[in-house]
Structures are given as structure tokens and as C-alpha cells.
Design a protein around this ligand. Structure first.
Ligand SMILES: CC(C)(COP(=O)(O)OP(=O)(O)OC[C@H]1O[C@@H](n2cnc3c(N)ncnc32)[C@H](O)[C@@H]1OP(=O)(O)O)[C@@H](O)C(=O)NCCC(=O)NCCS
Length: 153
């Protein structure tokens, strides 16, 4: 999933929250025509509850809207109360359940959907130049390509 999100593709969006050179969090989404899907979002455990997750979610919604998406879909573990609260504040509503979708531990996925045309922010996050941090509206966000590739095991 990471590799395909990092690959060049008009609908692939991968944002990194850059905290002084450290990866504080990331979000990845795919946007095709009027539909987009949030593939993953995460904030480093020691940097949670500082608004970084909200910033990443708002920014990636803006990017998808900028590509023409009017709705966003995602799946979340039923027990993931923190993420579900974050999504609810952005207008996501549960529209279905995928039974026993996740493994380790086995758990249902809740399918959430939001009409992102109505999730308006005051400004649109400016598209960053390749390799540079984004503009004032979300100054800690960078495209993932800003970071050197690292092999992980
Ligand atoms: C979900 C996640 C990205 C939120 O990141 P974050 O930077 O802590 O989010 P924010 O600081 O912007 O929090 C926004 C709001 O979300 C809600 N929230 C976030 N984490 C929460 C938690 N553990 N419990 C309850 N509410 C939570 C709160 O309403 C919070 O506002 P508050 O901190 O003012 O109360 C982060 O907890 C995370 O990385 N979790 C592990 C990965 C994950 O589950 N990703 C979702 C996959 S579907």
C-alpha cells in the first residue's frame, strides 16, 4: 500500500507531517473521479492529541476535493474510538460493516463515508512544490517525496 501510494499517479496523495525533520505522522488517500478513499492515517504515539491528525485529515480532504472528489470513504476498526471520534468531527457517518475484516486481532471494520463538498475549510491548502514544505496553511506538511527513502524490514 505504501509503495503504490508513493508511486507516481494523479490520484495518489501521500502527506507527511514534518516535525523538524522527523516524521510526526502521515496520511495517504486515493482519489478517482468524484470518489476518494482514505487509505491510512497515523500520528506518532508521542505526538498525538496535538492536532496533527486533524491537520493531516483536513489537508488530505482538501487535496482530494481539489482533484474533483465529492465524497470520501474509509474503513476503521470498530474498537478504534479515537480515530472514529476524529472522523465524526469531520462529518463521517457509518454506512456499513465489513464483518471480521481485520486480522490480529480479528475484528469488524466500520465503513464510513463523508460528503467532502460540505466539509469546507476557510482556505484551500496550497499544493506544495515537489521537495518543499507546503504553504502557510499547513506549514508542517510535506509530500512524502520530501523524505529520503529508507529501507525498513
Ligand atoms: C487517530 C489518530 C491519527 C489521531 O491523531 P491525533 O494527532 O492524536 O489527532 P488530533 O490531535 O488531531 O485529535 C483530534 C480529535 O480526535 C479525537 N481523538 C483522537 N485520538 C483520540 C483518542 N485516543 N481517544 C478519543 N478521542 C480521540 C479527539 O476528539 C481529538 O480531539 P482532542 O485531542 O482535542 O480531544 C492517532 O490516534 C493515531 O495515529 N492512531 C493510530 C493509527 C490509527 O488508528 N489510524 C486510523 C486508522 S483508520
Amino acid at each position: 500500500m505504501f509503495a503504490s501510494s508513493l508511486a507516481a499517479g494523479a490520484g495518489n496523495i501521500f502527506l507527511v507531517a514534518d516535525d523538524g525533520g522527523d516524521v510526526a505522522g502521515y496520511a495517504m488517500a486515493q482519489s478517482v473521479h468524484d470518489e476518494s478513499e482514505l487509505l491510512n492515517i497515523a500520528v506518532s504515539p508521542d505526538r498525538r492529541h496535538r492536532g496533527i491528525g486533524s491537520l493531516l485529515l483536513d489537508a488530505i480532504i482538501d487535496r482530494c476535493r481539489g482533484l474533483g472528489a465529492s465524497e470520501m470513504w474509509l474503513e476503521v476498526r470498530a474498537s478504534n474510538a479515537g480515530a472514529r471520534t476524529l472522523y465524526e468531527t469531520r462529518g463521517f457517518v457509518a454506512v456499513g460493516v465489513r464483518k471480521r475484516y481485520y486480522e490480529a486481532p480479528r475484528e469488524d471494520a466500520i465503513v464510513l463515508r463523508a460528503d467532502i463538498r460540505t466539509l469546507a475549510r476557510d482556505e484551500t491548502v496550497p499544493a506544495p512544490e515537489p521537495g518543499l514544505t507546503a504553504g502557510r496553511a499547513d506549514s508542517i506538511l510535506s509530500p512524502a517525496s520530501h523524505f529520503p527513502r529508507q529501507e525498513t524490514r
